[in-house]
Ligand binder design. Structure first.
Ligand code: PNS
Length: 165
């Protein structure tokens, strides 16, 4: 039953320790996880798709059980294309619940064969998100313990802080 890959979708702009925690825990359940970056022409990201792929690649141990890919359009269509029937999502605070619930019901309406599975975020990443980390980093805040080293360096470069700061 778990031989099909699971899809772990998101913007990953950029990947955080919270994402990595969910990814590694998903790998305890599924043989393979595809980290699927949504390429959305309507949303201007901080990092290009190539940068996001590089940061994810550098943050995870290389191995055949993790694949990094991009998709556009509907997530359920992408899941079918990748011969998967499971979408993994992380849940943080209660505030995530409504959005995730809505999205999983819409995905279910679009394709009943694709299941959504939720993993609770570890407590140390409970308050973090790519958005709030970018906000803090943009003003020079220290986010080094919230993101992989490569992301911390790229954020400092992006926001014009010294590489060694
Ligand atoms: O990083 P995020 O914001 O948590 O990721 C959200 C994402 C990419 C998982 C979601 O926006 C998505 O799946 N978008 C693709 C379009 C789609 O299928 N939407 C859901 C049904 S309308």
């Amino acid at each position: 039953m778990t031989m099909k890959p699971a899809i772990y979708p998101g913007f990953f702009d950029p990947i955080t320790n919270g994402h990595l925690s969910i990814l590694h825990r998903a790998l305890e359940i599924f043989e393979k996880v595809i980290v699927a970056i949504l390429v959305n022409p309507h949303k201007i990201p901080l990092f290009s798709v190539e940068e996001r792929i590089d940061m994810i690649r550098e943050s995870v141990n290389s191995g055949s059980n993790i694949e990094i890919d991009t998709f556009d359009g509907l997530l359920v269509d992408y899941a079918v294309k990748r011969k998967s029937n499971v979408v993994v999502r992380g849940l943080r605070a209660l505030s995530d619940f409504e959005y995730e619930f809505q999205m999983s019901l819409m995905n279910r309406k679009l394709n009943r064969n694709v299941q959504s599975i939720f993993l609770m975020t570890d407590y140390q990443w409970f308050y973090t998100s790519s958005t709030i980390i970018k906000e803090a980093a943009s003003f020079g805040g220290n986010v080094s313990d919230l993101v992989p080293g490569i992301v911390d360096r790229k954020l400092k470069e992006k926001f014009g802080y010294s590489k060694n700061a």
